[in-house]
Write a protein of this length. Structure first.
Length: 296
């Protein structure tokens, strides 16, 4: 079973679990464990109300493309999509959630997926959030609005639960589409985990842009929930010799202008009432340029 069908299967299983919970506590389905049908049941929790429509004038003119690089992290996805939809809707942020699902057989390439998401996000969005699927904002004062003054790093080093160095721009970063194009997007040379954000920080500075960060947030390292469990979900941190030499260099030629990919499929889904678009993406790799894109 391929990765693309696996995603659909995982989502269907998640929906089936929610349906089973609803039936078992409402009295419309069989009682677990073969108990007597007259036995008392636990009441169902009341469903959370759906957010208001995004076409109200008070929501403002801008629309965010939430770009989520993804591969096989289904449990996190089922939590992330409805959580972020409600979080952004409560803040009256017009948004579209794009799950950028890498379905080829190369190593994971977060930066290239973000480049593809940018190119495929449509003309009805005018800014992006590069957003990790395992990072949820807990503080409602975090700003996801249009970053007109320059890149806005929501998951700043003094707030992120893991990464605290001053040039860190990973986790959650907002940019206008104009500013992302000014940087020529992200480098496509980073296969495997890490370092692509550090290279992008240099692109931001090279484009004459200033990274801004949240102010007045007092929740410290409790500002975000980090869903990643390294004990059972290992990151691909392998580095071959040539890759070690390149990982600290600035890619001055590649980015949006040379990302190579195909869209295998594009599917609009609803996860617990929250809409999202899943792009199944086949990245391409020139093994002469970046031989570390494979595990060979």
């Amino acid at each position: 079973l391929g990765v693309g069908p696996s995603l659909v299967l995982a989502l269907l299983l998640g929906f089936a679990s929610l349906l089973w919970l609803q039936l078992s506590c409402s009295g419309e389905g069989p009682v677990p464990g073969g108990q007597d049908r007259g036995a008392p049941r636990q009441p169902c929790p009341p469903p959370a109300p759906l957010p208001p429509a995004q076409d109200q004038p008070s929501w403002g003119p801008h629309r965010l493309a939430l770009l989520v690089p993804f591969r096989e992290r289904f449990e996190e996805l089922l939590t992330f999509v409805p959580y972020m939809h409600r979080f952004l809707s409560k803040k009256k942020i017009r948004h579209r959630i794009f799950i950028l699902n890498q379905v080829d057989h190369f190593r994971f390439n977060r930066a290239s997926l973000i480049n593809v998401g940018f190119l495929e996000s449509g003309n009805d969005t005018d800014y992006i959030a590069m957003h990790d699927v395992d990072l949820l904002p807990l503080n409602e004062h975090l700003d996801y609005s249009f970053p007109e003054a320059g890149p806005f790093h929501v998951a700043s080093p003094e707030l992120h639960p893991l990464y605290h160095y001053k040039t860190y721009v990973g986790g959650i970063l907002l940019l206008t589409k104009q500013h992302y194009e000014l940087c020529n997007g992200m480098s496509n040379r980073f296969w495997g985990w890490g370092r692509e954000d550090d290279e992008f920080y240099r692109r931001i500075k090279g484009a004459g842009l200033q990274v801004r960060r949240p102010s007045g947030i007092t929740t410290g390292y409790e500002t975000f929930q980090h869903l990643h469990d390294p004990a059972w979900r290992k990151r691909d941190q392998k580095r071959i010799a040539a890759q070690k030499q390149e990982q600290f260099k600035v890619d001055r030629e590649g980015g949006l202008n040379n990302v190579r990919y195909q869209i295998e499929s594009r599917t609009d889904l609803s996860v617990a009432g929250a809409p999202c678009t899943v792009l199944n993406i086949l990245l391409d790799c020139d093994t002469n340029e970046t031989p570390w894109c494979t595990f060979g």
